[in-house]
Design a protein around this ligand. Structure first.
Ligand code: ADP
Ligand code: ADP
Ligand code: ZN
Length: 217
């Protein structure tokens, strides 16, 4: 099962991915995570990505498509994958179609998490991530049992440097200008499914699970 999660920054893509990849046993492919790892390791890719990520801008299509293409060719994607945060431009979506063609496969579900822009700033500025396992929390909406400590692995939680009020504005503009037009791209193809991402985390997860199992409209 090949799935794409779409939605603005803060919609809950990463949070929902944690339970879906566990339930369906498919790899979680997050371009944001891939860039952050490369930046932490200081690789050439990381240095290049940093120029964009730090400003809240989308990384160039050429670089982004290259890493996804390489990742989707690995054997663990044969039985399915979850793409989180890719594609984010029409060019990326067209490239993905070509990659899928060349692999003799196709995208089964595009899930769009809808959350009103007015809620996203609070979600993003309160987001905390585990340094060790990458689990996502929120200081108010989804706090860990112990402040700043991951429930799953006891790792330390941190705040992403692009989750500041200033960067969030740029990221939401990038979403509106470059990513939102993709919704009609997938609507026209007939595989876009809408989920109300403003509901509780468990409710959203249950609805996505039903959609992926083909048991909901
Ligand atoms: P969020 O979880 O807030 O939606 P991500 O972690 O997915 O953010 O992405 C963080 C940053 O990584 C983006 O602001 C952008 O700079 C870069 N990035 C991630 N995915 C893509 C993509 N598909 N195309 C271009 N840039 C991307
Ligand atoms: P994305 O990957 O789309 O950028 P995240 O999954 O990282 O979004 O979620 C952004 C923030 O909002 C995180 O702090 C997360 O804990 C919180 N969050 C996610 N889903 C919900 C929800 N349904 N209700 C309230 N807060 C949520
Ligand atoms: Zn952890």
């Amino acid at each position: 099962m090949n799935v794409i999660f779409m939605g603005p920054p803060g919609a809950g893509k990463g949070t929902q991915a944690e339970s879906i990849v566990n339930e369906f046993q498919i790899p979680h492919i997050s371009t944001g995570d891939a860039f952050r790892l490369a930046m932490k390791q200081g690789t050439a890719l990381g240095l290049e990505a940093k120029k964009y990520v730090d400003q809240g801008l989308l990384v160039s299509d050429e670089i982004t498509i290259g890493i996804v293409k390489e990742r989707l060719q690995l054997p663990d994607c044969k039985s399915g994958f979850l793409l989180d945060g890719f594609p984010r431009t029409i060019e990326q979506a067209e490239a993905l179609d070509k990659i899928m063609d060349s692999l003799g496969s196709s995208i089964d579900h595009v899930i769009n998490l809808h959350v009103d822009r007015s809620l996203l700033l609070a979600r993003l500025t309160g987001r905390r991530i585990c340094r060790s396992c990458g689990a996502t929390y929120h200081v108010l909406f989804n706090p860990p049992h112990t402040e700043n400590v991951c429930d799953k692995c006891s790792g330390e939680l941190y705040q992403r440097s692009d989750d500041t009020e200033e960067k969030v504005g740029t990221r939401l503009d990038e979403y509106l200008n470059k990513t939102a037009p993709l919704l009609s791209y997938y609507r026209n193809k007939g595989n876009l499914r809408e989920v109300n991402g403003e509901q509780e985390i468990g409710t959203v997860a249950a609805q996505i699970s039903l959609l992926l199992r083909g048991q909901a409209k």
